[in-house]
Write a protein that binds this ligand. Structure first.
Ligand code: F0G
Length: 472
């Protein structure tokens, strides 16, 4: 049977292509315990102990379940400081997938960002992207450069069914590459799928055109490939020219369009830790390698154990399995149906790694500076022990010292991230039921005010308190 048959002809099959061999108990708490826990952490869900959370949808990063083959590979890990056998397997797997000759392992994606940007950019330069993820932006800014997002116009409509809302705006990219600041543009980064853009995918057509523009202007193009396999799956589903290809073939083509990639293997490496930098240019790789040795580790381990290298290598092979990707897409669609049935809008269409709830629309009585997304996230925890993350004005907005709003986020969202192979349909049904109960009593959900706000990355460490509900 060809690979095509295994994923094209089994449309009716919705079973997960794996079964459970190892289980981990999850806590079930009372409402009183959850109320106490929330008070203790000053209404910041990042402060909770994980054993106070029943279904943890905070992130899909490093939270996946390893396969038996990954654990077995881990046991075979070679922990030699230099020249480890595990590094060679890792490098071969990455080279085979990406075609990049230079492969530098790192402990996670943001280390790859720091090393690449420090080696390639000079202060005052500009990076362009479909939408930089927040650590990517932070690492650009930390070296005195500016990160500019150029999402396509379709991304602005949260409700439309457009398939590739993760695309870059090609017209604005070309204008920037020809414009007065063109000489300051140090690189372009395309994030597949666009996590900062509600998990929406990038089409191969868009990527190829962006690559041609970059080549034409002599600007290097990098992929932030954290979710490359999920992007490839959506391409095979929705981009006509790629319908007969396997996700693996699409992924290989995507990597070949770029000069290199930044990879967090905690997502589509289905590993608990790890990442890499893949590069075509040996001179750039040499500069990166020096920084790697100084800050991560010798180039044959880069901050990882031999067993981690093995587990990532095996994960990279498993992640493009069409049966796995089909089941992951089905999981997201199932949850999307439950959420819509609960009367809650999501950013359409649902991607694979997360659903983004439109909290602003659900809670119109809560002003942006009272954080409707945060209010919904707290309520999901109180009602059902579910942890999610706000992506709205708590994350992106600004207030003055008196708490008066200065800027609000463009939309007030809550992300329900889906760890890989971790939760089953009953867990998702619980999320759906909880959300339905929350939505039913939406008018009573209080807003929040900040009582302590760190200057940087405030959503991780800030303290809040509910603003009592005073009725309509
Ligand atoms: N790029 C993207 C698109 C990401 O989503 C992340 C992490 C990174 C880079 C950084 O990688 O965590 O391995 O250092 N995203 C996580 C999330 C944190 O929850 O979405 P990292």
């Amino acid at each position: 049977m060809t690979e095509r048959n295994t994923y094209q002809d089994r449309k009716g099959t919705k079973v997960e292509p794996y079964r459970i061999k190892v289980v981990e108990p999850i806590p079930v708490t009372t409402r009183e315990q959850r109320e106490q826990a929330l008070r203790r952490v000053h209404y910041n869900l990042f402060g909770l102990r994980a054993d106070e959370v029943t279904v943890d949808l905070l992130t899909d990063s490093g939270t996946g379940a390893l396969s038996a083959a990954q654990w077995a590979a881990g046991f075979a890990g070679d922990e030699s400081y230099a020249g480890s056998r595990s590094f060679h397997r890792f490098r071969d797997v990455v080279r085979d997938l990406t075609s990049y000759p230079c492969v530098l392992p790192v402990h996670q994606g943001r280390a790859a960002e720091r090393i690449l940007f420090s080696s390639l950019l000079a202060p005052g330069q500009i990076t362009l992207g479909n939408t930089h993820f927040d650590t990517t932006r932070a690492n650009v800014e930390l070296i005195g450069c500016r990160a500019v997002d150029l999402p396509c116009a379709e991304a602005r409509d949260l409700d439309s069914d457009e398939r590739f809302k993760g695309n870059i705006d090609l017209r604005r990219l070309e204008e920037a590459l020809r414009g007065p600041d063109a000489r300051r543009i140090g690189l372009v980064v395309m994030t597949l799928t666009s996590n900062g853009g509600a998990g929406q995918p990038v089409s191969m057509d868009n990527l190829a055109r962006a690559a041609a523009l970059c080549r034409g202007h002599g600007v290097p193009l990098f992929l932030d490939a954290a979710r490359f396999a999920e992007n490839a799956w959506l391409v095979t589903r929705h981009e006509a020219a790629y319908r007969d290809m396997s996700p693996r073939q699409v992924a290989e083509r995507a990597f070949r369009l770029a000069d290199g990639c930044l990879m967090s293997a905690k997502k589509d490496g289905i590993a608990h830790i790890g990442g890499f930098l893949g590069l075509r240019d040996p001179a750039l790789a040499e500069r990166c390698e020096l920084l790697l040795i100084a800050t991560e580790g010798f180039p044959t381990y880069g901050g990882l154990a031999g067993r981690d290298l093995e587990m990532v290598a095996q994960g990279l092979v498993e992640v493009t399995d069409p049966r796995y990707l089909r089941s992951r897409a089905e999981t997201a669609r199932h949850l999307a149906r439950l959420v819509r049935d609960a009367g809650v809008d999501i950013v359409e269409p649902p991607g694979l790694h997360a659903l983004y709830l439109n909290a602003g629309r659900l809670l119109p009585h809560i002003a942006a500076h009272r954080f409707p997304g945060h209010a919904l996230a707290c309520q999901l925890y109180l009602e059902g022990g579910i942890r999610s993350v706000e992506l709205g004005s708590l994350y992106l907005g600004e207030e003055d010292e008196n708490g008066e709003p200065v800027t609000a986020a463009p939309c007030e969202l809550v992300r329900l991230a889906l760890p890989r192979r971790t939760y089953g349909l009953s867990h998702l049904n619980h999320v759906g039921e909880t959300l339905a109960a929350v939505a039913k009593a939406r008018e009573r959900i209080p807003g929040y005010r900040l009582v302590e706000r760190p200057a940087l990355l405030r959503h991780f460490r800030c303290k809040l308190e509910p603003v009592p509900w005073t009725g309509p």
